[in-house]
Design a protein around this ligand. Sequence first.
Ligand code: NAI
Length: 328
Amino acid sequence: MSLRFDGKVAIVTGAGGGLGRTYALELAKRGCKVVVNDLGGDRHGTSASSSMADKVVQEIKAAGGQAVANYDSVEFGDKIVKTAIDNFGRIGNFFQSLIFFYIGTLDIVINNAGILRDVSLLKMTELDWDLIFKVHVKGAYAVTKAAWPYMRDQKYGRIVVTSSNAGVHGNFGQANYAAAKSALIGFANSLAQEGAKYNILANTLVPTAGSRLTETVMPKNLVDALKPEYVTPLVTYMVHESFQESGKLFEAGAGWYGTIQYYKGKGKVISNASADDIAKNWSTITDMAGAEFIGTISEQSGRLMALLDENESSSAPSGGSSSGSAFP
Ligand code: NAI
């Protein structure tokens, strides 16, 4: 087992079942100290219990690993981070602080906790919308925000947020969930930029697995076949010291591992375009031949500035529309 996590401390939210449980078990098996967070409620975000997190902690300890349970909802991220620091934090005694010795503070956050409240927009209630955003978006924000100062001080951090194919493509009956999962992509991509100079890497995971969340929408044979353990190796690598990607989306399911990237079509510069010009040029505007990968917003801003120059220099003196040229 070459990817080890000895001396590292991780928080895995929603680790009492499904995917999160497998991440916690795998990290602990590889030497990581793990905070197993789980509210222990039902899949719709109501009720709570300590039993789910406790069970996983027992499993980890029985296998010789180190773990502690936390039962707070992810919206109280500071309490979850406090559990990590109180149990696995920096050695605080005078002698060791003199030689500035660390046994680890908080190195890894896997934002995994999640619920579903599937319903069409017409029938969606405020509660359906708010609970989804509270758990997925506010939860990831609250845990990551509380962990950030520790990662920044030690100049080391590995953060994963969990999106979904619904967040990438949208899904019928999941406007709330898809919007929240999409929000998490922007969240991680922004953290990747803010964390770069502190060696804090943030990435997004798009998993597919059979779990109590998906058993409501997948047939039983698929739930059984799509083992959460197929996703675990990717997440484990994504939070390892040797992993150097940041601001990216990675996907896993059914034993397949891949990446999702945004490409921009070459489009077309049209000076002083009217709606009619847009309609006339629609096939060129939407042509994806020769599309290019845009990694960051500054690359995009640079392109826009170049296009502005191109647009201005190609403007016809009459002010009428011109065909212009394709994206450089
Ligand atoms: P799961 O229901 O088995 O696990 C989610 C865990 O989060 C549960 O143990 C639950 O008790 C916990 N949780 C819920 N609300 C919480 C809160 N407020 N605070 C702390 N813990 C809370 O579901 P699964 O499938 O393992 O999902 C894990 C993550 O992966 C979720 O974010 C989900 O949206 C995402 N996902 C899962 C997919 C799949 O195919 N299973 C597909 C796409 C995304």
